[in-house]
Structure formats: C-alpha cells, structure tokens
Design a protein around this ligand. Structure first.
Ligand code: NAD
Length: 438
C-alpha cells in the first residue's frame, strides 16, 4: 500500500518510519527543506531512541523516502496522513489549524484519488469535516474520504508506543475509509492490538479527553504533593498506596515540577476553548491548567527558600532542561519557567542536558552550558534536578556536595531523598511532596 505522510515532526516521522516497517511504501513530505535534506542523507533531525536504526533499515529497503514535493508524494497514495503541528493559537488557546488546512488544500490539488485523507494531528471536534469541506472546495472532482486517526505515542518511547499501542483510534464515515484504515493497521490488527473504529467526532474527542485526563492525574498528585509538604506525609508513599488500587492505577502519579511538553499544555487549553465555544465549561480542565501554572511557580519558591530568599549573585546548576528524559523537545518545559526566574533574580545558571542543549541555547539565553554534572555543580550554591535523565539518577552525591560552594539540592523529580542527601553531605534538600531538611 502506498502512503504519504505530510509533516516529519515527532509524530509524522515516527509514524512514517513505522508504517514503512509494517511493509507499506511510505513517502514523507516536509516543507522544511533542511529537515528533508538531513533525512535524505540518513540523519534523524530529532532525538528519539531507536529511530535512526529503523529509518536506515527501511530507507535501504526502498520502502521509505523523503521529499519536499508534496505532489509527488501524494500521487497514487491510497492514504495521505496529515501530521503537521497544531500549536496553541496566540491569545485564545484554540488549536491553530492553519497548518492542517493548508496541508489539506495542497493535498486536494495534488491528489488523483481515490484517496483517504487522514488527520493524525490533534484537532478539535469538527476539524475532519472542515478538512473534507476544504478538500471539496479546492478540488470538487476528487474522489476521497476523510478519516481521523489521533496519535498517542510518547516522545522518548515513540517507536514502542507506535508498534505496541494500547489502542488505535480510527474515526470514519464510510466503509471505504474503514477498509483502507484497516489495511494500514493490519499488521497491528493481526497481533491483537485493539483498533477502535468510531465516528469522526468521537475520534477527535478521544484524543483531547485522553490528554486532559492524564494531565488531570498528574496535576492531582502535584496538588496532593503540596499538601504532603505541609502535613509531613510523603507523596511517594501516597502515590504507591493509591496506585495499587486497580481503579486508579500507578501510572502518571509521579509528583514533579508541573507538566510541560508539546501536547498536555496546548491540548488542555484547546479543550477548555472548545468548551467555551459550545457553552459547556470544562471546569476541571480549566482548573488543571491553573493549578499546573501554580505548581511551576511553587518550584521557583522552593529554590528561593533553599537560597535564603534571594537568587542574586548565586550560582545554580540545573540538571535537565527538556520536558522529560529521552527527548530533545523543550516545548513548554518547566525549565522555561524556572530558569528565566533564576536568571531574572540575578543567579548565574549552569545547565546540563544530554540532548536539550541545541534547543536550549535558543530558548534559554544567558545560560552557561556544561556537558558534565560534576563540573556544572562546582562552586554552585544550589543544584536543581529538573529532568530525570538516567545520567542524573545515580550521581556520586558526595562528590557533587564536596565541590559545591553550599551544597543544597532542589530535587524536583524525587530522584534522591532527604536521607541520601544528608549522608552525602548536603546542608539542605527539598524534593516534591516529601520531607526535606535545611
Ligand atoms: P512538529 O512541530 O514536530 O512537526 C510538524 C512538522 O510538519 C514540521 O516539520 C513542519 O515543517 C511540517 N509541516 C507543517 N506544515 C506542512 C505542510 N503544509 N507540508 C509539509 N510539512 C508541513 O509536530 P509534532 O510534535 O510531530 O506534532 C504533530 C501533531 O501530532 C500535533 O497535532 C500534535 O498535537 C500531535 N501529537 C504530538 C505528539 C508528540 O509527542 N509530539 C503525540 C501525539 C500527537
């Protein structure tokens, strides 16, 4: 089967590579010529574990290719996936659909049909019908169907998530679209991964409901963490105690510095906005957004407390700037709130991140970059663990403490504990939702 993938970002590239690994013939398109040039030379423009090897295998097999020429990619394709960005529209939080609609129009002009135009991007309810209207207006003679196929992969584990999904959601209106989508996903179907075929509106809503639910779960435990700090309870014990209840589950119960990333912040804002448009307030989601902002600010206060109320003239080592480990993605990362607050307050910030430096250099000006946590912590007044990369999980804390000017730690991912920090020679330690000292 021939597939065209429009957009080679975190979702489009992973999906395109994995579809080719299923045995389909896939042409990936991006209008970013630099990205396509790198992909054509075998280079992966993002950091995603395992993607380079899979890309190399499938390019070598001849099933996977890259182009900036959308018309060439779409020509003869039975399914065309739109996997372009849907960032928050400035000002009102609505998902910006301009990239999706522009892609739909280009596809309409280039396609010969019959073709299924599949929206993989996260889009508000009603967008697939809007895509259909756009395509019809641009090319009234085209024989096409639309399908909604939201993506649930997680950056950092994207290939495994794509190859072994909890479920695949497919929204369709016609049998023909359902058949094409079944062909696309047949390799997963044969391995018994559930494929939920539903209507367009439900498929679109499932994606937002899923992300808002997960963001709510994280925010709930973050709020419980704040109360734990006041009451002397340990949020890790609480999370374990509630997570063993099968109705609750133990995932997404790690207290931390607030959620960030390319999806949860913008998708919760978009859901709240959809609610406003339909005069059906999404009160829980709106509260989650507000609480998450408060959580991020609380992390600044934590650092301030550890530095006796002032950042001025202090040296702070920040370990991790990406929004989570195993990705180079910094979209809406907690570091983008904390680091400017530290620098704005007069601190010198030295940052270390295994993959975040390239983006970080643009997004976090005035940061000094280091490749090594030990030299970054040298002479520092505070060390902040902001992203729980494996490289930061087993540090020699005695060595870190010895080199620091005043050994204090803000462990915003609860990687260590007060006891471990005390034994290593730290004079102050704060985690999130757990007892600290100093
Ligand atoms: P991204 O910003 O990394 O990539 C989008 C790509 O599309 C860019 O390379 C851009 O150049 C390209 N593009 C835009 N318009 C184009 C056009 N007309 N023709 C060709 N290329 C075009 O975005 P992403 O993170 O991959 O997200 C894509 C969508 O998937 C979003 O709706 C997002 O919400 C959703 N999603 C993302 C994730 C994730 O973890 N990143 C997970 C699930 C769903």
């Amino acid at each position: 089967m021939k597939i065209a993938m429009i957009g080679t970002g975190y979702v489009g590239l992973v999906s395109g590579v994995c579809f080719s690994d299923f045995g389909h013939e896939v042409v990936c398109v991006d209008k970013d010529a630099g990205k396509i040039a790198r992909l054509e030379s075998g280079e992966v423009p993002i950091f995603e574990p395992g993607l380079d090897a899979l890309l190399a295998t499938n390019t070598a097999s001849g099933r996977l290719s890259f182009t900036t020429d959308l018309a060439r990619a779409v020509d003869g394709a039975e399914a065309v996936f739109i996997a372009v960005g849907t960032p928050s529209r400035r000002g009102d939080g609505h998902a910006d659909l301009s990239y999706v609609m522009a892609a739909a129009e280009e596809v309409a002009r280039a396609a010969t049909g019959p073709v299924v135009i599949v929206t993989k991007s996260t889009v508000p309810v009603g967008t697939n019908r809007e895509v259909a209207r756009t395509v019809r207006a641009a090319n009234p003679a085209l024989d096409f169907d639309v399908a909604s196929n939201p993506e649930f992969l997680r950056e950092g584990a994207a290939i495994d998530d794509f190859m072994r999904p909890d479920r695949v959601i497919v929204g369709v209106e016609t049998d023909r679209a359902a058949e094409v989508m079944a062909d696309v996903y047949r390799p997963l179907f044969l391995r018994d991964f559930p494929i939920v075929t539903t209507d367009l509106e439900s498929a679109e809503m499932i994606k937002y409901a899923a992300n808002a639910f997960l963001a709510t779960k994280i925010t709930f435990i973050n709020e419980i963490a704040a109360l734990c700090e006041k009451t002397g309870a340990d949020v890790r014990e609480v999370a374990k105690g509630i997570g063993l209840d099968g109705r609750i589950g133990n995932k997404f119960l790690h207290a931390g510095p607030g959620f960030g990333g390319s999806c949860f912040p913008k998708d919760t804002r978009a859901l709240a906005r959809i609610g406003q448009e339909y005069a059906q307030p999404m009160t829980i989601t709106e509260t989650v957004i507000a609480v998450n902002e408060a959580v991020k600010k609380r992390m600044i206060d934590k650092c301030l407390d550890l530095l006796d109320g002032s950042f001025n003239g202090k040296r702070v080592a920040v370990l991790g700037v990406t929004f989570k480990p195993n990705t180079d993605d910094m979209r809406e990362a907690p570091s983008l709130t904390l680091v400017p607050a530290l620098i704005g307050g007069g601190a010198e910030v030295v940052a270390v991140d295994p993959e975040g430096r390239r983006e970080g250099e643009t997004l976090l000006p005035r940061v000094v970059w280091d490749a090594d946590p030990y030299s970054a912590a040298e002479d520092a007044d505070l060390i902040v663990i902001l992203t729980e990369w494996n490289a930061f999980r087993a540090l020699d804390l005695d060595r870190i403490a010895t080199g620091m000017a005043s050994p204090r730690m803000a462990d915003l991912r609860n990687v260590y504990s007060a006891d471990v920090a005390r034994v290593a020679g730290f004079e102050a330690y704060m985690g999130v939702g757990r007892p600290g000292f100093g």
